[in-house]
Design a protein around this ligand. Structure first.
Ligand code: ZN
Ligand code: ZN
Length: 405
């Protein structure tokens, strides 16, 4: 059997007063998910470990069967890979913002007026420079976002960010240990040069002329090195896999683990994404791959906004799109879950375990009648850990060899 893993980012939640104490998933009309719950099994999952509040990157590492506590150094390499920048062993990658600073290196706008055009020209003015013996690779992302990769000998991800995360003075990067100082020195020099180059760039001269804040510095944060892990295929008994995902962070992580990224027109990684196009792409990918990861970001965005009604409506849209995948689907183990909880009451991630649902023709079922946090607590899967999920799914799909005689 094949495996379809549907990850609804941040879908799990807590009771919402306006819904008489129901969670958004309980309040949502999800006939397709409920049918799978009735015919399959549910349970709860601590994605990393009890009490640990997962980020989307560490959570997805765990769900793909890796131990984030061992292999994770920071978010940068996933963002860089997600923007199509190659990240090699020994590289250190950062996510960046184009920001506005004054001559005293005070950040006056962390997003340079949410600049949305000509960042390719600004990025190419920074890309390709050399500082000491280190190559600088720099690429724009969406809007004010960008990625920076340092490549060369003696680099380390254990350095602090230069982005102050609010208005205020640009920080000086420091290494955690003396051997990390080189990377900090390179990053500080890059930051200084980015100001010198961008402040007089024609794009910014024009922005100032029309009264917009110039994008006159690149501020880096989230340093990391690519995890040195076996590929997804090596990790999971030869399963070959693909991913349908709109956001660069998860796309980069999937691509670094060796999953094939299926491009989908209209997949935005936001609330306006084309869910049906993504569902159809996932179904098609199942004809050529053993494993397909289908990721929807928006429930997390509604959670961060504290918008419980928006979250309910989007969960219902996911359920509708899933019908496109499920109709006529055979010989496939389907799993639906979340990478973490993003309770609307917190507007942030929480450590609460997430509900997980597993369905497949001929597999067991339990007494669960519908799919939500409450019901899942009494489901037949019990309480599992995120990094056991893939092993469980490939076992159910008949992909795991016998252990012993
Ligand atoms: Zn997430
Ligand atoms: Zn989030």
């Amino acid at each position: 059997m094949k495996i379809l893993l549907v990850i609804c980012d941040g879908m799990a939640d807590r009771p919402v007063e306006a819904f008489k104490g129901m969670t958004p998933l309980e309040a949502a009309e999800v006939p397709n998910m409920d049918r799978l719950a009735r015919e399959g099994q549910t349970g709860l999952m601590d994605v990393i470990a009890p009490g640990i509040v997962p980020g989307s990157d560490t959570a997805h590492l765990a769900l793909l069967g890796y131990d984030p506590m061992v292999v994770y150094t920071g978010r940068g390499p996933f963002e860089a890979a997600g923007e199509g920048v190659e990240v090699r062993k020994g590289d250190v990658a950062f996510r960046c913002n184009f920001a506005t600073v004054d001559a005293k290196m005070h950040v006056t706008d962390r997003r340079a007026g949410r600049i949305s055009s000509d960042t390719d020209k600004l990025a190419s003015a920074l890309n390709g420079m050399k500082i000491e013996d280190i190559d600088i690779i720099f690429k724009q992302g969406v809007d004010h976002r960008a990625v920076l990769v340092l490549r060369g000998p003696g680099l380390s991800p254990w350095v602090s960010a230069v982005d102050p995360h609010h208005e205020g003075k640009v920080l000086v990067s420091r290494g955690l240990e003396p051997e990390d100082e080189k990377t900090a020195r390179i990053l500080n020099e890059f930051t200084k040069r980015s100001y010198e180059i961008l402040n007089k760039h024609p794009v910014n001269i024009e922005r100032v002329r029309v009264g917009k804040p110039p994008a006159n510095i690149a501020l880096a944060r989230g340093p990391g090195s690519p995890p040195e892990v076996p590929s997804f295929t090596e990790q999971h008994n030869g399963l070959n896999g693909a991913a349908v995902v709109g956001i660069s962070l998860v796309r980069g992580l999937c691509s670094l683990s060796g999953l094939e990224i299926i491009p989908v027109k209209g997949a935005t990684g936001s609330t306006d994404t084309d869910l049906v196009a993504k569902a159809k792409a996932a179904k098609k990918a199942l004809t050529t791959h053993d494993f397909v990861l289908l990721h929807f970001k928006a429930p997390d965005l509604y959670g961060h906004d504290g918008d419980a009604r928006g979250k309910v409506a989007f969960i219902e849209k996911i359920d509708g799109a899933l019908k496109k995948v499920l109709d006529g689907l055979s010989d496939t183990v389907v799993c639906i879950t979340a990478d973490h909880s993003t309770p609307c009451s917190l507007k942030d991630h929480a450590s609460d375990p997430v509900p997980v649902l597993v369905w497949g023709t001929g597999l067991r079922h339990d007494s669960t009648e519908c799919f939500n946090e409450l019901e899942a607590a009494s489901g037949g899967l019990g309480h599992i850990r995120g990094n056991e999920l893939m092993q469980m799914l490939s076992g159910l799909a008949g992909r795991n060899p016998k252990f012993g005689a």
